[in-house]
Design a protein around this ligand. Structure first.
Ligand SMILES: Nc1ncnc2c1ncn2[C@@H]1O[C@H](COP(=O)(O)OP(=O)(O)OP(=O)(O)O)[C@@H](O)[C@H]1O
Length: 566
């Protein structure tokens, strides 16, 4: 099936209704040619006024029904589009959060979805719906006269060749334009994030000119596509009009030869218009159609990944043993892996600290341990089950993760600590805040737990955000807690609170994996692993590592010597 991950049961049902209405509409559209035939070939020769009145009344009634059905079809199409946008939009967000649609950020996929939905109400979509009825109208023209049928068939063949040429000429500029537009979108996001740094260092003009250059490239390619589409669309309209005129001329000739009646000329002209119209409209909207198909393909691929995840079993609450087995991770498009065959058991209730130089792969290791990234090769197990066999929501309940760059979500402090779960109780939220040692911090905020944070909320300092995110990581006491540089923004009070939290987590039997360069955290872990170039280069007990620290290292950042034994 085309786009199997997009079309769910309710969309299929909606499309079937739309298809059925289109069928009825196309049949009712025959009323005009039949009316013409009757008026010219029956009413005029017989000069019967009552027949004309009856025929007109019946035709008007049928046209009224046609108008109503057309309206119902439009509403049905809108509903299918809206249903698709909401349903697929939610699944797209799920795909994006699952991290299984690399290179596709949710915002750009949602933009694609909105564009695809607007396509549903375009004339091109109506033309697509009408296209299957083209053979029916062609058959009717053939039934009226084979010469006229052949003319219409020739017209359709020429239009189809024009369609293929149009597609061929659009492919390249369309692809270039969408690639350049994606680059421009990413630039805007990156520049917006770095707005303060750019302002302070006077980089704005350069950034604006880079964006302008990329956007101009996108628009140039778009312009090329539009010009080519306009040319072929004009040519197809010309062919259509020539065929319609040809029908009138050829029809007149056939009437003179007494092979047809005058009514048949007009009836044929109307039926031929229904046969040629959809093809013509499709060519005019071909660019939009291709764009929509590209968007739908992207969305369908992104949804494919969530489908896999939806069928996972719920597993019992884990003890918290984490095992890396020959884990390799290569970011999409990277020349070499950032994690190169790491094998490591971490027992339930154990706390380990990962240290190593910048770029060694520590954060990547932490993301893999937290289930935020999926290994390219090898297996990571929680107890005995491969991470991939866990239902992601279920595994998330047993996992706490504090990322290196903390962003709080739009909402209150309480909502952030409770991981946006509306069923979280105040007791659970307060317990997490106490465990993370942030009660005092929260009390000092203008509205305590109800203070709005995240984009548009109260701007918190880096250290405050990090501590609130620690409370979120330990919410409901997960079995596995992964902390990536949790003390990078903390003062000594914050560091003491962090060490207390790690101690409490260990006491509760949780497994703790900490990435840190600061020696303060060593006091409360069992093992220190030194990571270099994507591999575990050395492992030491806490006592060994502490014994090797110089007084200066004890006071601040650890040097590699502490852990490597160099
Ligand atoms: N998405 C990505 N695409 C390509 N390379 C990546 C990606 N993410 C990370 N890397 C590369 O992987 C390597 C390890 O990065 P990682 O962030 O894990 O290092 P780190 O040890 O945590 O460094 P730091 O201490 O500076 O945070 C780096 O060389 C980085 O450039």
């Amino acid at each position: 099936m085309l786009f199997p991950n997009l079309i769910n049961r309710s969309v299929s049902f909606g499309l079937i209704i739309v298809g059925a209405l289109t069928f009825v509409l196309n049949l009712l559209a025959l009323v005009l040619p039949v009316y013409m035939l009757q008026v010219y070939d029956r009413v005029l020769p017989s000069s019967s006024l009552p027949t004309l009145i009856y025929l007109t009344l019946i035709a008007v009634m049928i046209l009224g029904v046609l108008g109503v059905i057309e309206g119902i079809r439009q509403i049905a199409v809108q509903r299918v589009g809206a249903g698709l946008e909401v349903n697929v939009g939610q699944r797209l967000l799920a795909a994006s959060f699952s991290g299984r649609s690399p290179g596709q950020d949710a915002a750009s996929l949602l933009r694609d979805l909105a564009q695809a939905r607007s396509f549903f109400s375009s004339p091109v979509f109506s033309a697509l719906l009408d296209a299957p009825f083209v053979p029916l109208f062609l058959f009717i023209v053939f039934m009226i006269h084979s010469v006229l049928g052949s003319l219409v068939l020739l017209g359709i063949c020429i239009l189809l060749i024009v369609t293929l040429l149009n597609q061929w000429s659009l492919n390249r500029p369309q692809r270039q334009s969408s690639e350049a537009a994606a680059v421009a979108g990413n630039l805007v996001m990156a520049f917006t994030r770095s707005g303060e740094a750019m302002r302070s260092m006077g980089m704005s003009n350069h950034a604006i000119s880079i964006w302008g250059h990329v956007t101009a490239n996108a628009l140039n390619a778009q312009d090329k596509a539009t010009r080519s589409n306009a040319f072929f669309s004009g040519f197809s309209r010309f062919i259509r009009l020539v065929v319609q005129m040809g029908i009138l001329g050829l029809g007149a000739y056939l009437v003179l030869k007494q092979e047809m009646t005058a009514g048949m000329i007009f009836a044929t002209s109307l039926v031929a218009a229904r046969a040629l119209g959809p093809v013509d409209n499709l060519i005019a909207g071909w660019k939009g159609l291709l764009q929509t198909l590209m968007s739908l393909r992207k969305i369908d691929n992104a949804l494919h990944s969530v489908k896999d995840e939806a069928e996972k079993l719920q597993l019992p609450v884990p003890e918290g043993n984490v095992t890396f087995e020959k884990v390799v991770y290569a970011p999409a498009g990277a020349a070499e892996p950032t994690i190169k065959g790491v094998s490591l058991p971490v027992e339930a209730g154990e706390a380990i600290c990962i240290v190593g130089p910048s770029g060694a792969g520590k954060s990547t290791f932490a993301k893999l341990a937290a289930g935020a990234l999926k290994p390219s090769h090898g297996v990571i197990r929680l107890d005995n089950s491969d991470f991939q066999n866990w239902d992601p929501v279920d595994r998330g309940r047993h996992t706490g993760y504090l990322p290196q760059d903390v962003e709080l979500l739009p909402g209150t402090i309480a909502q952030n600590i409770a991981r946006l779960d509306p069923t979280a109780t105040s007791e659970e939220i307060v317990a997490a805040a106490q465990l993370a040692g942030v009660m005092d911090l929260v009390k000092k905020l203008p509205n305590g737990f109800d203070t709005g944070v995240g984009p548009g909320g109260l701007p918190l300092s880096g250290g405050q955000r990090q501590r609130i995110a620690l409370a979120r990581a330990v919410f409901r006491l997960p079995r596995l807690v992964v902390l990536d540089e949790p003390n990078s923004h903390l003062d000594s009070e914050g560091e003491m609170a962090l060490n207390h939290t790690i101690g409490q987590l260990k006491k509760a039997g949780a497994t703790v994996i900490v990435v840190s360069q600061r020696s303060g955290v060593l006091q409360c872990v069992d093992r220190i692993l030194f990571m270099r170039d994507g591999q575990i280069a050395a492992s030491q007990s806490r006592e060994e590592a502490l014994a090797r620290l110089t007084p200066a290292q004890r006071a601040g950042d650890m040097m590699p010597r502490a852990a490597t034994g160099a």
